[in-house]
Ligand binder design. Structure first.
Ligand SMILES: [Zn+2]
Length: 407
């Protein structure tokens, strides 16, 4: 009897350990994702003339602040390390003892200006700067005209959404009776990695959808789309309620919390693009997320059928796989989903770029690890909020309809 107990115990330990881990994959275009040094900006405030600037808040990036002449200032913006994707993120706050209008140069190293400035009076509600107040100072650098005074003015590349904001959102979502929040790991610098587990009833043998977001810190339009997507999944419609009975959804809302809070352009605190690390999992964030997905699916004998990874880029585009070479468990789903979106979003422009497996990115990992359809879901940097909401909701609705019919 005792030995039987021991065998059961050991089997349990085995199952909770090594057996449920992501396997490594040899993709055709491997990348070196070993950790590299990063430049940590000094958190500080600057006082120059009557004007103050500060990077003392999560998500900020401001590497230096200098006065050029009586009305002109220069904000220096540097990447965390190089080479890096040219998505220069900036975020800082400004104030001044007296009200004045100043000219501010966004002085980038390494990349050209990309993100049109957003401003905020409270760090929560953001609006694009009046376009008459924006011009290019040089081919690379931007020039902003800003009204500053005793009240703080936030200036950023996109609305600032920190790891604390995402944590608040997770708590709000977990008030829904069919959502459970779990902290399953830690980033390189110790920030929690969170998962939402959505579904009604036991997870056993359910089909599973995985949703990933913010491997790349500045890409908040993708994050906004994910929020609307989940609003639709958690809605009270017959479709959503039936879907939650039959499917399980695992949500990883913030895969790179260090990069987000440190105001990085692209990488994690190990100086690596996490969306090139889905082969050997050399970074703690990708390793833990990949293992968590595998563990959750295998523990409950589920089948992962779809992985969507939310990002932002210059345009609305879906990066998909070549299904003729490697058919997924739901062949045809991807085409039907994109067609359904086109039908239900008249007037929306979006592209598809279907390519065979190449780099170790999450969409290819879903196929390699699970034979699941993998899609990189890219929202344009400048896609208006109401379009993001419609697209997030419609893409969720069409997905639920197709997946329920696929049973
Ligand atoms: Zn991205």
């Amino acid at each position: 009897m005792k030995s039987l107990f021991l065998i059961i115990l050991l089997t349990g330990l085995w199952n909770s350990g090594k057996a449920w881990q992501a396997v490594t994959h040899d993709f055709p275009e491997p990348e070196d994702t070993r950790g590299k040094p990063v430049l940590h900006q000094t958190r500080r405030a600057w006082k120059t003339g009557a004007v103050y600037a500060s990077n003392r808040f999560p998500g900020a990036r401001l590497n230096d602040f200098r006065k050029v002449d009586d009305s002109t200032y220069r904000a220096v913006i540097l990447p965390e390390n190089k080479p890096v994707n040219k998505s220069p993120w900036y975020a800082f706050k400004l104030w001044s003892a007296k009200k004045q209008t100043l000219r501010l140069i966004l002085d980038y190293d390494y990349a050209d200006h990309r993100y049109f400035p957003k401003i905020s009076q409270n760090s929560k509600d953001w609006t694009p700067l009046d376009s008459a107040r924006f011009s290019m100072h040089s081919k690379q650098d931007a020039l902003l005209r800003l009204d500053v005074g005793p009240d703080t003015l936030w200036v950023a590349a996109q609305p600032v959404v920190s790891s604390a904001d995402v944590a608040d959102w997770c708590v709000m979502q977990s008030r829904h009776p069919e959502v459970r929040q779990e902290i399953f790991g830690k980033s390189r610098l110790g920030r929690p990695l969170r998962m939402l587990d959505i579904g009604q009833g036991p997870a056993l043998e359910k089909r599973v959808v995985a949703l990933l977001c913010r491997q790349h810190p500045p890409e908040v339009t993708g994050w906004f789309a994910l929020q609307h997507f989940i609003d639709e999944l958690l809605s009270d419609s017959d479709l959503a309620r039936t879907f939650r009975q039959q499917y399980r959804v695992l949500v990883f809302p913030l895969i790179n919390p260090d990069g987000v809070d440190l105001g990085f352009w692209r990488h994690n605190a190990g100086g690596v693009d996490l969306n090139r690390d889905w082969a050997y999992y050399r970074q703690p964030e990708t390793r833990q997320v990949a293992n968590k997905i595998v563990r959750e699916v295998q523990k409950h004998q589920g089948t992962l059928v779809l992985g969507l990874d939310f990002h932002s880029t210059f345009e609305d585009i879906f990066y998909t796989g070549d299904e003729t070479e490697n058919p997924p468990v739901l062949p045809g789903f991807k085409d039907a989903w994109l067609t359904g979106m086109k039908t239900n979003l008249p007037g929306f422009e979006f592209e598809e770029d279907a390519a065979p497996e190449g780099k170790p990115v999450s969409k290819s990992w879903f196929l390699a690890q699970f034979d699941a359809t993998g899609v990189t879901y890219e929202i344009g940097d400048n896609t208006p909020p109401e379009m993001i909401e419609q697209k997030g909701r419609v893409s969720a609705k069409v997905m639920m309809e197709l997946l329920l019919n696929a049973r």
